[in-house]
Structures are given as structure tokens and as C-alpha cells.
Design a protein around this ligand. Structure first.
Ligand SMILES: Nc1ncnc2c1ncn2[C@@H]1O[C@H](COP(=O)(O)OP(=O)(O)OP(=O)(O)O)[C@@H](O)[C@H]1O
Ligand SMILES: [Mg+2]
Length: 468
């Protein structure tokens, strides 16, 4: 029986002449520029909705309910009593006479500090960070696109900030999604990590030139870019965000240039340890003392920027969805990580052995794959299979798919920025719980890792004392 014409699939019966009539003339390079300009105008239009008068992103207020439920572990009546007894503390504001009191995050942080100083010692008001230990750097990476890298990194940064940590977020992705989430303004590559990498190379070149001078060889030229970069410190690149305890080093399209520039530099000076550049600058510029946590968002590629981020990281999180394609490609990502870092180690250690120096090896405090956008009703079997094969490398908590993210407007990025009154409370609590759990699983790793360092530090100090 012949299918009636109207019920045939849409790709049958397309008339070539009609198709030609609908077609635009061929596109040249300028066509891309036109499309880019249209996108930029649309983006500005979107971004301008819901920003404050100065064009800055603004963080919402937090209610007494939310503070006592999620942020400061005290009973609501006690919280109110303490505020009443201490008129010097932030008192919040209400929208209606006698209505709920709302506080800025800055005020919440001050209140938390007050409770930490005055309140019960048995309660955890301030999160753990061992004294004298540097900040922990976490990279979120997977060369598969769209797996939830940026969402995971942004939500972890926000949960950690709500928990009381001081956070630096570094965007290594020239798409700049993380930068948009935190309202960053980045004019060009000189406001990204690019100058830090350039400075690291410049410093290497100066050492090389010193040696050449001693051997009577002419120095390699330090061009203008490198000269300029030598003056730039990490702090010059850090911008504040609408979160009082989250700072940002942003990214924009020009950062992609680093992927071309880095191999050229490396060709000029084979001894340059390009993978150490970011880590060395962050610690050299005192960033690891100034912050508690650094989160690196990486592009969906294993390029030089990602390699720098991975090598700087103490903790590596690899998000992936519970689907065959993502599982498969994540396996290949780990394969690439292995061959990339093994070949760096091999190259270094041939030289080290020849010079009689100690051999090097990369090491991460913890590596975890994290299932994101999980739908228990469809993916339970695959989730269990992945768990069985990956064992403890897979984080035990699967981050649920939630309609609360990805749908919110441009102004609101993720669940922690959303006002719970805009949602059904049940939906809100479930959506929030899944990201709270993702953070809890991360925090468990973090605290374990910090404690290990703390104990090792103490042991070392004790050994030194014994020797002395
Ligand atoms: N738990 C979640 N529930 C629902 N949607 C989610 C969740 N996590 C991420 N998404 C959505 O999935 C999409 C991809 O997420 P995201 O941008 O974080 O991925 P990515 O790995 O950073 O992508 P890219 O490789 O392009 O950098 C986004 O639209 C995001 O809103
Ligand atoms: Mg991303």
C-alpha cells in the first residue's frame, strides 16, 4: 500500500529548483564575521537583561530559612536571638513588614565568622583547611565536549564559596563559558593566563641566555611579547566576581592563540618545561597562600592549555554522562592522558639519567570520574556497569539531571544563584541536593588529601627535630 504523500518522511520529494531558490549565495570569510557580529549583538542583548545599573552581575540575597538550613548550622530561633542580642551584626532586610529577612553573601560570611568565634566549639562553622598547607588545585577535564565540565566546576566553586572557602576560578577554555558565568570582562589574551605562560617561557629563556653568554654564544632574542609578559604577575589578571569569595582569571577567544604559540616557544628552547608554567606561576606569585581552592575549567581538547591545567592540578575530576558514547570516549581520554604524560616523563628522564639527576614523575592526589546529568530511570544499568568497571575511580555520587540548570536565564547561572521562590520547593530541594552531594563527595576527597599532607608535614617536622 502506498503511503499517502503527506505522511512520507520530510526528506522525500524535495524539489531541487525550489531548494536553489531558498539558497543564499556562497559564504566567504567575511560571512563568518557577519555571523559573529550577529551573535555578539544577541549575546549583549541577553546579558543586559537582569544586570544591575553598572552592567555588573549581581548575586541574589539569602533568606534566614536558607542560611540556617544550608549555610550556618544553627536553629532558626537561636539565629534570630543572636542577631537581636548583637545589633552590630548584619540584621538583613525584609520585603514586607515583619517578612522573612534576607542577607547578602558578604553578610552571611560575617555572620558565620561571628558564630565561629562565639558559638559552640563542637559545631563546624568554618570548613577545614590545615595550617601552612597550600591551596588545592582542582582541574575539571574531559576531551569530550558537553559532558558537564563547566557546570561541575562552576557549581563546585559556588558550593565551596557558600561553605566558606576562598576560591579562585581559572578559565582555560577560550570559549569563555566559565568567564560568562562569573560575569568576567576580558578584553584580550593579556587578561587571561597567556602572559603567565609567556613569562614562564621568558624566565627560562633568560637562564638559557645566561648559559650561552658564559659559553660565548650569542643570546636568543626576547621579543616584545615576552618583555611585556615579564612584568605581569598572576594578581594582575585576577578579577573580582559578583561572589564576594570567588575571584576569576577569565578567558576569551584570543587565549586559543596559546595553542599555536606554546609549541613554537618549545621548538626554540627544547629544555622549557611548558607543562609546569601555570603551576609555577601560581605558586611563585603566592596564589596558593591567598586562596583555599583553585578550580580550573578546561576546553574539550587535550591541548597545551589542558596539559598545563592537568599538570598543575592536585585533584582531577573527569565528568561524563552515563551513555555508551561518553563512557567510550572517556576511556580514550584516559588513554591519551597516559601516553601524553608518560612521553613527557620519558623525555625528561632520559636527560635526567644522562645528567645523573633524580627522575621525575607526575602525581595527582586524587583522580575521579564523575557521572553527570544522570537519569536514574533510563541509565541505572549503564551507571552500575560503569561503577563495576571503574571501581573507586568513579565517584560514588551520580549528579542527577536537573531542569533547574541550563534553563535559568542569563543572569542566573546554576542552582546556587537561583532564587528558590521561583521554583516549586520540592523541585528546588531535589535539584539542590544533587549538587550538594556532588560537592560533599568532592569535599570528602579534599579533606582526605589535605589531612594526608598535614600528617606528612608533621612527620617530616618531627624527623627534622630528631635529627637536630
Ligand atoms: N546536572 C545537569 N542537569 C541538567 N543539565 C546539565 C547538568 N549538567 C550540565 N548540564 C547542561 O549540559 C550542557 C553542557 O554542560 P557544560 O557546558 O557544563 O559541559 P562542558 O563539558 O563544559 O562543555 P564544553 O566541552 O563545551 O566545555 C549545558 O547546557 C548544561 O546546562
Ligand atoms: Mg565547558
Amino acid at each position: 500500500m502506498a503511503v499517502p504523500k503527506s505522511e512520507q518522511p520530510p526528506y522525500f520529494n524535495i524539489d531541487p529548483d525550489q531548494a536553489l531558490k531558498d539558497l543564499n549565495p556562497p559564504t566567504g570569510t567575511e560571512g563568518f564575521a557577519r555571523i559573529a557580529r550577529a551573535c555578539a549583538r544577541g549575546r549583549e542583548d541577553l546579558a543586559s537583561r537582569g544586570l544591575d545599573e553598572t552592567g555588573q552581575k549581581k548575586l541574589r540575597l539569602f533568606s534566614t530559612w536558607e542560611i540556617t538550613k544550608y549555610l550556618i548550622p544553627v536553629a532558626t530561633p537561636h539565629f534570630r536571638r543572636v542577631l537581636k542580642q548583637n545589633p552590630g551584626l548584619p540584621q538583613g532586610r525584609s520585603e514586607t513588614e515583619g517578612g522573612a529577612k534576607w542577607f547578602t553573601l558578604d553578610e552571611v560570611l560575617r555572620l558565620r565568622a561571628h558564630f565561629a568565634a562565639e558559638g559552640s566549639k563542637s559545631k563546624e562553622y568554618l570548613p577545614y583547611r590545615p595550617k601552612g598547607q597550600p591551596a588545592k588545585i582542582t582541574a575539571v577535564a574531559n576531551f569530550k565536549g558537553g559532558v558537564g565540565k563547566t557546570s561541575t566546576a562552576a557549581h563546585l566553586a559556588m558550593s565551596a564559596a557558600l561553605d566558606g572557602y576562598k576560591v579562585l576560578v581559572i578559565d582555560l577554555d577560550s570559549q569563555g563559558s566559565m568567564t560568562s558565568i562569573f560575569g568576567g570582562q576580558v578584553e584580550d589574551e593579556w587578561k587571561t593566563v597567556f602572559p603567565l605562560l609567556a613569562r614562564h617561557y621568558g624566565a627560562h629563556l633568560r637562564t638559557v641566555n645566561q648559559n650561552r653568554l658564559e659559553r660565548g654564544e650569542p643570546p636568543l632574542p626576547l621579543d616584545e611579547t615576552l618583555d611585556e609578559a615579564m612584568k605581569i604577575s598572576t594578581r594582575d589578571l585576577v578579577q573580582e566576581t559578583h561572589w564576594p569569595n570567588i575571584d576569576l582569571i577569565g578567558a576569551q577567544l584570543n587565549l586559543y592563540w596559546a595553542e599555536f604559540q606554546i609549541p613554537v616557544w618549545r621548538m626554540q628552547a627544547r629544555g622549557w618545561k611548558l607543562w609546569d608554567a601555570l603551576a609555577d606561576r601560581l605558586s611563585g606569585d603566592g596564589i596558593l597562600d591567598e586562596y583555599d581552592l583553585v578550580f580550573l575549567d578546561t576546553p574539550p581538547a587535550l591541548g597545551y592549555l589542558t596539559i598545563n591545567g592537568l599538570s598543575a592540578a592536585d585533584i582531577l575530576l573527569v565528568p561524563l554522562g552515563a551513555s555508551f558514547l561518553e563512557f567510550d570516549s572517556t576511556g580514550r581520554f584516559f588513554d591519551m592522558l597516559h601516553s601524553t604524560f608518560a612521553s613527557i616523563e620519558e623525555g625528561e628522564n632520559i636527560a635526567a639519567r644522562a645528567l645523573g639527576r633524580p627522575e621525575m614523575g607526575f602525581e595527582w592526589d586524587a583522580v575521579r570520574a564523575v557521572i553527570t546529568r544522570y537519569d536514574g530511570s533510563q541509565q541505572a544499568e549503564l551507571g552500575a556497569l560503569m561503577q563495576a568497571h571503574l571501581g573507586e575511580v568513579l565517584s560514588p555520587y551520580r549528579q542527577d539531571f536537573t531542569a533547574l540548570i541550563g534553563q535559568a536565564g542569563e543572569q542566573v547561572s546554576g542552582i546556587y544563584e537561583a532564587d528558590y521562590r521561583d521554583f516549586n520547593r520540592e523541585t528546588y530541594m531535589r535539584g539542590r541536593e544533587t549538587f550538594d552531594q556532588t560537592y560533599a563527595a568532592f569535599k570528602r576527597l579534599l579533606l582526605g588529601v589535605w589531612r594526608r599532607d598535614e600528617l606528612a608535614g608533621r612527620e617530616q617536622a618531627a624527623r627534622r627535630e630528631n635529627v637536630a
